[in-house]
Design a protein around this ligand. Structure first.
Ligand code: EPU
Length: 416
């Protein structure tokens, strides 16, 4: 298992190009199952989760090739199953459920188990498909879904679920009649997926708002080449890195309109931003100011940036109160940050971070993707060496993070 060795304290300067968004790439890859033919996708990030989605599509009879572009051939899809071995390594595998039932009338998808950040049920995905007429049963840990043809329905989400919205939006594209999803999630990745579906011939209105209307069509066709949006969480992570390490970093190719909440909170913490021709320059202050955050569905402050923001706050001037409202167990990084000298207490869904002058390197363990990113930030701030174990979590969601950091002057080494 690879580890990362970081020698902290270097000021980070230079340019970094933001990769394609993992959480847009995964649903868009799953959506290729809706239309028979060859799909050509641009800016698909090279990540473990993306290879897992490719594996899933291949297991179903698809052909997936990665070069400059990602080509997915869905001409011979003949198996409609997502096995436990793959689903257990990536929960986003559930995204094949909607497309499979919609196009082939059947699907067998392993039920994802709990995960490090919370229980994360998929009841809202299942209830929505049932409303659309699918017959669903649970057998030996698998969701078995059947429908001769899905029918349009009115669906209300108790919680605006991101992948739930994506799954049902995909399913509804081929249903008979109109589907309305109320209290839908509004994340930019949903808009990106909707844009791809629309290019395939789907009729979707309102993606990016809380009410999405989908009029079902009889079939969809692969469009011309499509470019995935840049990753807003990678963008925010590099902003946190610049902010925490007195950095001066230009982020190229990012979408500033997708990171509004992050920028506003970071400005409060003393980080400066200057828009450039194709991105944004981020300059960290001598010492950060403590700022409170509360995670919320988009356009609120993203839960996927909570751990990285907390790492910054460990060395800020003052006390920061961090409230996690999306997942019930997303503070696994706290214990590791404490091992590096951070002063953090947790009560329920609230962490109180009292800023210290400095962190000290220590051996630590990555527990999930964004927690790993927070440990990288802490390692970059800390005096002396930090050794991060289990960085396969990082490789699931950040494209060549260590290489990008080395380009910026970080002293970081991957130990095989
Ligand atoms: N929820 C339910 N029932 C459901 C679905 C969700 O109770 O059927 C609850 C969840 O337990 C959670 C809340 O609703 O408390 C919101 O979860 P959501 O379904 O929106 O999360 P997700 O779709 O499983 C996506 C991202 C996550 C990101 C969350 C929240 C993808 C592939 N994953 O997950 O990304 O944290 O939305 O923004 O898009 C990451 O990239 O590190 C990551 C975990």
């Amino acid at each position: 298992m690879d580890k990362l060795l970081i020698l902290g304290g270097s000021p980070l300067k230079g340019e970094v190009t933001i990769s394609g968004a993992k959480n847009a790439a995964l649903p868009i890859m799953a959506s290729t199952l809706l239309a028979q033919g060859i799909h050509t996708l641009k800016r698909i990030p090279k990540l473990k989760d993306v290879s897992t989605m490719a594996e899933l599509i291949k297991k179903m009879g698809g052909i997936v090739e990665f070069n400059e572009l990602c080509k997915i051939n869905t001409l011979k899809i003949n198996k409609f199953e997502a096995p436990y071995e793959l689903v257990k390594t990536m929960r986003a595998s559930i995204l094949v459920l909607g497309p499979l039932v919609a196009r082939f009338g059947k699907a067998k998808v392993s039920l994802p188990g709990g995960c490090a950040i919370g229980a994360r049920p998929v009841n809202l995905h299942i209830n929505g498909l049932e409303k659309m007429g699918a017959k669903i049963s649970l057998q030996e840990g698998y969701i078995i879904a059947k429908a001769s043809r899905l029918i349009g329905a009115k669906i209300y989400f108790d919680i605006p679920t991101v992948t739930g919205t994506e799954n049902l939006m995909m399913a509804a594209t081929l249903a008979k009649g109109t589907t309305i999803i109320e209290n839908a999630a509004k994340e930019p990745e949903i808009v990106d997926l909707a844009n791809y579906l629309i290019l395939m011939g789907a009729k979707i209105q309102g993606a990016g708002t809380s009410i999405i209307k989908i009029e079902g069509v009889d079939d969809l066709n692969p469009p011309q080449e499509y470019e995935i949006i840049p990753d807003r969480i990678e963008t925010g992570t590099f902003m946190a890195i610049a902010g925490a390490c007195r950095g001066d970093i230009i982020l190229k190719g990012c979408r500033i309109d997708h990171v509004d909440a992050i920028i506003l909170k970071m400005k409060d913490a003393g980080i400066s931003f200057k828009e450039t021709k194709n991105g944004i320059r981020v300059i960290g202050p001598k010492r950060l100011q403590a700022v409170d955050i509360k995670t919320m569905p988009y356009p609120g402050f993203p839960t996927d940036m909570q751990a990285q923001f907390m790492a910054m706050m460990t060395v800020a001037n003052g006390t920061s109160v961090i409230k996690e409202t999306i997942f019930e167990n997303r503070f696994m990084h706290v214990a590791e940050l404490r091992r590096m000298g951070a002063d953090i207490t947790v009560e329920g869904n609230t962490a109180t971070v009292r800023g210290v002058k400095k962190l000290k390197g220590a051996p630590v363990m990555a527990t999930d993707l964004r927690a790993s990113a927070s440990l990288v930030i802490a390692g970059l701030i800390a005096e002396e060496e930090t050794l991060i174990d289990r960085i396969y979590h990082l490789d699931r969601g950040y494209e060549e993070l260590d290489k990008k950091l080395i380009q910026l002057g970080a002293r970081i080494k991957r130990i095989k």
